[in-house]
Unconditional design. Structure first.
Length: 237
């Protein structure tokens, strides 16, 4: 994301414009993602998030420093987990599932809507709007796909937990080891991305395949983004 622009060149104005667009897109995307979790939990009978000040669009309540930095640099990251108490839900497993998919669903909707405006402003030649909606679309797709990974504490894990139950072996394993696995994958992705910038292009093209997390996410993000923009272009333009 930003790191690609820095290494790829561009004027100071272009870099600053891109940074501001990415920053605004991250703040909006994270805030709406976490608000969705808190709001759905509230509707399902659990006010833990609301009582902890998390049912808000205030980004300062939701941003995790590491996840925020990763979103700026790589295009995928995470926010602070919304606190919930599933014992307050009206129907525990059903409502736990609804709360778990709430943030991902919001990211999907935002990505789909922003892809329309991206194509629209691209046709109109409004490059500031194109820049913003490109990153807003990309970041929301990235948040959606990244959070679908079934590793604790991501939403994908909680979806599996809601379906399989807390006594499931995979669920118990991930609760014990998920954070270490996720942190290791993130560190490996960042370090390998840094190394690729300093090796010959041929070597970099090979090394990127060893970035399991980053390569897979970039492939999926590009695929979803292409599908959305192709659909809007085919339908309305």
């Amino acid at each position: 994301m930003i790191i690609d622009l820095l290494y790829g060149g561009g004027s100071f104005g272009e870099i600053m414009l891109t940074f501001l667009c990415v920053l605004a897109a991250i703040v909006l995307s994270l805030s709406l993602h976490e608000f969705a979790h808190a709001f759905v939990a509230h509707k399902c009978g659990d006010d833990t998030a609301k009582n902890n000040g998390r049912m808000t669009l205030n980004p300062l309540k939701h941003i995790d420093p590491l996840g925020f930095i990763l979103l700026i640099l790589l295009g995928f990251g995470f926010a602070k987990a919304v606190p919930i108490n599933p014992y307050n839900f009206k129907k525990m497993r059903r409502d736990y599932f609804f709360v778990s998919v709430a943030g991902i669903t919001v990211n999907l909707i935002l990505a789909f809507i922003s892809s329309f405006f991206y194509v629209l402003f691209l046709r109109m030649g409004n490059w500031i709007a194109v820049n913003f909606f490109f990153y807003f679309m990309t970041i929301n797709i990235g948040l959606m796909i990244f959070n679908l990974i079934p590793i604790f504490p991501l939403d994908g894990f909680r979806i599996v937990e809601a379906a399989a139950g807390r006594t499931n072996r995979f669920v118990n394993f991930m609760r014990r080891n998920g954070q270490r696995i996720l942190f290791g994958l993130l560190i490996w992705s960042v370090v390998l991305g840094w190394i690729i910038q300093y090796v010959p292009e041929e070597a970099g093209n090979i090394l990127q395949y060893f970035d399991i997390l980053g390569f897979t996410l970039r492939f999926l993000i590009n695929g979803v983004m292409y599908g959305f923009t192709w659909l809007w272009g085919l339908t309305f333009f």
